[in-house]
Write a new protein. Sequence first.
Length: 433
Amino acid sequence: MSAIIAKRVDSGTPDTSEIRDLAEAAGYTVIGEVTQSRRADAALQLGEGKAEELAAEAAATEATTVIFDNRLGPYQMYNLGRLLPDTVEVIDRFTLILEIFGQRAQTRKAQLQVELAELRYELPRAEAKTSLAKRDEHPGFMGLGEYDESRERDIKAQISRINDELEQIERTEEHRRERRRDSGFDLVALAGYTNAGKSTLLRQLADDLTVEENEDLHPDLDATAESQDKLFTTLGTTTRRADLEPRDVLVTDTVGFISDLPHWLVESFKSTLDSVYRADLVLLVVDVSEEIDEIHEKLVTCHDTLYERNEAPIVTVLNKIDKVDDEELAEKREALSSLAPNPVTVSGREGTNVDDLLERIDAELPEWEDERLLLPMTDDTMSVVSWIHDNANVEDVTYGDEDVTVSFEARPAVISQARSRASELRTTAAESA
């Protein structure tokens, strides 16, 4: 598939780097671009002359697709379709993003989110067909096609159905997270923009030799977090155990942020961020090799999104330090100090300073507490001792004639559960006496 990129800005020089990356991520080969700096034309988005230039280039290059970095309304889409060769498809930025999401969606949750986003994108267009046709008493007005009011109702009904199913999936995932915590796991989430290097960093943080979690407890656990120089490699979540003894830490890689997304699209994928909102610690990964203004803007957006619902501490990770020299890194750290006062600098690709990041994770996660339990000797005592070994850092076990003393350290949730199990043993011993 070959594509021509089109972009209009109100003023300044149009930047097509991101839309090019998006197009390539979707599998297009970009063979040209047409840009313009002027106010939007209501009929064509571009000015008439520039639109004709776009049509001529599409014909000359035999492009299959024209991809606008701007959002196109139904009327603009129709007019551009008439102007361009019949063999050329016109899509806008958001249609392209949905196309990428559709290609990456592998889990039921991801597929539902893509379907939801597509329906939310289609709904205003269906409404436009209906209102325009009613106004002009012309079913095929402006070439928008036959309108059917029932289509609006169908879309709204499908949106409601998908929301219900996503809520059920989220309840299941929340139950899974609570079971992980009850099992002694600390939950760490990787957040940030696409291509910041989250998947590569996850591979560095994870200890491949200790990925032995029960598949029923951790169905999203993946032994190989894919890392490519490609946008939206991770659409769903990937969870792996981190190498951080004696803690049991699970790190989840999540879908990346992307700039200039409309509310309806963000809303469709908000449940993907629940693994971030429910984490014990968030690592906000930033590509430090980008321009400082771009990094600053992305950090502001991420903070606005994360602090809206997140209560866990957030640690900024300046990734890809292998692409900048020491002087540039120092300058950027200083410039970003108000947004990232104490960042960790790493290279996920080369593994530089990963040990420092692991130490920071350990320091930021909830403190472990010491506990000493006296367990009566019953038929179930050894299973409780075994459970404590699996979920805590056991320092000493002393066996007496009628009881067992266990000294250990663990996260508060595990201690609470151990105390509850000890209480059940004492109740059982008292009833048997």
